[in-house]
Design a protein around this ligand. Sequence first.
Ligand SMILES: Cc1cc2nc3c(=O)[nH]c(=O)nc-3n(C[C@H](O)[C@H](O)[C@H](O)COP(=O)(O)OP(=O)(O)OC[C@H]3O[C@@H](n4cnc5c(N)ncnc54)[C@H](O)[C@@H]3O)c2cc1C
Length: 390
Amino acid sequence: MSASVEGTPVEKARAIGREIARLHADDVDRQARFPKEAIEAVRAEGLLAASVPRELGGLGATVPDVVSMCQGLAQGCSATGMVFAMHHIKLLSMAAHAAGSDATQGYVREICDKKWLVASVTSEVGVGGDLRRSVCAVETTGDTFSIVKDATTISYGAQADGLLLTARRHPDSAPADQSLVWLKPGDYTLEQKSEWDTLGMRGTCSPPFLVRGKGRADQVLREGFGDIAPLSMVPLSHLLWGGVWLGIATEAVSRARAFVRAEARKNPNGPPASGLRLSELQARLQSFRTLVYAMAEEYNGAMVNKIDKDHLLSIGYALRLNNLKLVASTSVAEIVTAAMPICGIMGYKNTSPFSLGRLLRDSFSAQLMINNDRLHMTNAQLLQVYKDDS
Ligand SMILES: Cc1cc2nc3c(=O)[nH]c(=O)nc-3n(C[C@H](O)[C@H](O)[C@H](O)COP(=O)(O)OP(=O)(O)OC[C@H]3O[C@@H](n4cnc5c(N)ncnc54)[C@H](O)[C@@H]3O)c2cc1C
């Protein structure tokens, strides 16, 4: 791919997925290394600022456009798509809650100007994947703060330029009384506590780290995480992850389709039997895609101009958003699995152009990124009081 790509941000991201991420995906996976070629191309094209409104220094891409970028990058390399998704979940969550705070607006502009890559530190020893509880706390002294967080997983922690971290607001605060804290380059150290040698998503480079940070008090976002989570961080996570998983599923179906076409060329008497399985798979992929983009459009509508809190905080929306994650995270593994018997041994081989091994391994991470059982438990509680049958 040439040094610079022509087109819209979506076209640029899709070209990087096709022409750079795809080229390095197997090596990234084999070596469990950061997808530096694709992420540097994303950075060079200014796409690390894609989701941020123009007035804060970004490109002002809509949420469906960012989902489409995640999908296109993940079609080439799941880890690249996931790094891009996690960065935008963090950055856009910060931007969405910057109104009324000159400091937060300034930090968002700085991240965009300097093309920084932002990582996420929510999971923690003691609370696991419970996003809405923290053990660590912000300790404020005058106009500075310090923090120590024992993080179970930080994707691209060693490669990121800054961290967005959840913590209790104060050492006396309850576990759910949380703040969101921005740690920029030079504000923190990372002590890696073990390796990241996993089944899939190996290129996200997500080992546990002990984070020690400090900074100015205005790096702690004014709005509590209790408001930020349901209005931006949770919806954006489920939507952008959904885009990544859709990219993985799309790639699997596209490999299965290429295989069936090759078989059909060998037999002029009509499509092979695997053509029926492919038809079923295509229908499942279509409904998966429709779900992800319909939810992305709905969220975008509720975000434009001002955040529609009534809509985003309703029980119905919370249920549907959890269902998006539950359906998307299971569909991706089911679709890749169903592509396997279509491609047969050529899908099973690691070296074939129809290989599905990496996609299958990557797809299993989806059910763990906020464990699906946590969402089922939340939905079970919400369904006790939800009354709308429409
Ligand atoms: C590829 C990848 C990248 C990641 N990157 C990051 C990152 O950058 N930053 C970050 O902070 N985290 C990251 N994570 C962590 C992730 O978001 C989850 O927090 C983590 O995977 C949860 O780990 P767990 O399943 O052990 O813990 P838990 O979610 O605690 O689940 C453990 C077990 O307990 C059960 N359980 C616990 N509590 C409940 C409950 N209330 N209701 C029902 N069941 C319950 C679960 O069903 C499960 O069986 C990443 C994970 C993956 C897979």
